[in-house]
Design a protein around this ligand. Structure first.
Ligand SMILES: O=C(O)C(=O)C[C@H](O)[C@H](O)CO
Ligand SMILES: [Mg+2]
Length: 403
């Protein structure tokens, strides 16, 4: 059995910050885990280096569940994004090791492939509806079967999801948080037009998604859902903040638009009521922020009982290590729905060589033993950490709002 002899945290910034854990065993096997928490990266790096690494040394790397429980229950202070991201990094690295020792890709250890490939959605965004449609047509030409649409709101300088670059969306863009302005009434006017125009241009054979990014009240979300129903959205994401899970009942009462939520969830408890009451259709919790493959499987198993499907978060702040882990999970989990895929830059891809592939709108984790991803530590050293915050959002009168 492989014993853990060392573990180290690698912080690097190949275009954006990433925190990675590498665990090494006495038989020479190593495993990697993503520990990136956008805008709060160093807190997880410290949690791991100062509080978790000493607990790992000497342990049997095969005992993934026991180590998970040890770190979760043993901390006493349960849950929370920092703790759960740190545990996720350990969990991913241990699955990577188990796969390498077995000589199998991780999805085989999770029960094998439940499908031929993983349907992903790409991000079409633009300052105007025309620009967004043009970007969406481009994704369609590349074979994407599902496309998220976000466009600028007339009269507002910046809008969530609309980047300067068509392909690389990077919200954590400043040394101190940028300030965005938000108007719900202006936004609610533009989105139905975007979807109407998108259906005219793209047809009906492509799934269309939209991210509200926690900005509406439940009744406003209900209204938007109704307005979008004729265009058959695949989902509306993060319609309203989900701390109050009951809020989703109000949205449900008013629209049949499918609802997705959970990219900021870090445990099954964040999603329990939403799932058990069938208030959502897709759960967006992902490997890195929700306690790793071990805990995400538990969330998915609960969701499966209630016909809620998975739709893992996959923005660029989730490193290729998380992307690989997500794809192994997606390929194997029975109630898979869709996977978000925001391409990383060439710099990032070079630091994290990986086996996963994209073809015709579908991804596959590859068949390399373990997760099939690594970090080139020499290359990583060349990219020093740069503090980068996510923006904040204010209403037009200056009131702080949800970003
Ligand atoms: O990808 C999405 O759906 C997002 O909402 C992206 C988030 O804003 C981003 O990952 C925050 O770090
Ligand atoms: Mg989102």
């Amino acid at each position: 059995m492989p014993r853990i002899v060392s573990a180290r945290v690698i912080v690097t910034c190949p275009g954006r910050n990433f925190v990675t854990l590498r665990i090494e065993c006495d038989d020479g096997t190593t495993g990697v885990g993503d520990a990136t928490l956008n805008g709060r990266e160093l807190s997880v790096a410290s949690y791991l280096a100062d509080h978790v690494v000493p607990l790992l040394i000497g342990r049997d790397a095969h005992r993934i569940e026991d180590i998970w429980q040890y770190l979760y229950r043993g901390a006493y202070w349960r849950r929370g994004p920092v703790t759960m991201t740190a545990i996720a990094a350990v969990d991913m690295a241990l699955w990577d090791i188990k796969g390498k020792v077995a000589g199998l890709p991780v999805y085989q250890l999770l029960g094998g492939a439940s499908r031929e490939g993983v349907m992903v959605y790409g991000h079409a965004n633009g300052a105007t509806i025309d620009d967004t449609i043009e970007a969406a047509l481009d994704y369609q030409r590349q074979g994407y079967k599902a496309i998220r649409l976000q466009c600028g709101v007339p009269g507002m300088a910046s809008t969530y999801g609309v980047s300067k670059d068509r392909y690389f969306y990077e919200p954590a863009d400043a040394d101190l948080p940028s300030e965005n302005v938000w108007s719900t009434s202006k936004y609610l006017r533009v989105v139905p037009e975007l979807f109407e125009r998108a259906r005219e241009a793209l047809g009906w054979d492509v799934h269309l998604l939209h991210d509200i990014h926690h900005r509406l009240t439940p009744i406003e979300a209900g209204r938007l859902g109704k307005d979008l129903e004729p265009y058959r959205p695949f989902w509306l994401e993060d319609a309203t903040p989900a701390e109050n899970q009951e809020a989703f009942r109000l949205i449900r009462q008013h629209t049949t638009a499918p609802l997705a939520v959970g990219e900021i969830f870090n445990s099954i408890w964040d999603a329990k009521e939403l799932i058990e009451n069938q208030l959502i259709d897709y759960i967006r919790a992902t490997v890195v922020h929700a306690g790793g493959i071990t805990h995400l499987r538990r969330i998915a198993a609960l969701a499966d009982l209630y016909q809620v499907r998975t739709g893992c978060h996959g923005a660029t702040d989730l490193s290729p290590v998380c992307m690989a882990a997500a794809l192994h999970f997606d390929l194997s989990v029975p109630n898979f729905g869709i996977q978000e895929y925001m391409r990383h830059t060439a710099e990032t891809d070079a630091v994290f060589p990986h086996a996963y592939t994209f073809s015709d709108g579908m991804m596959h984790p590859g068949d390399a033993p373990g997760l099939g991803v690594d970090i080139d530590e020499e290359l990583a050293k060349g990219y020093e950490y740069r503090r980068a915050y996510l923006p904040v959002n204010r209403l037009e009168d200056g009131t702080l709002w949800n970003w």
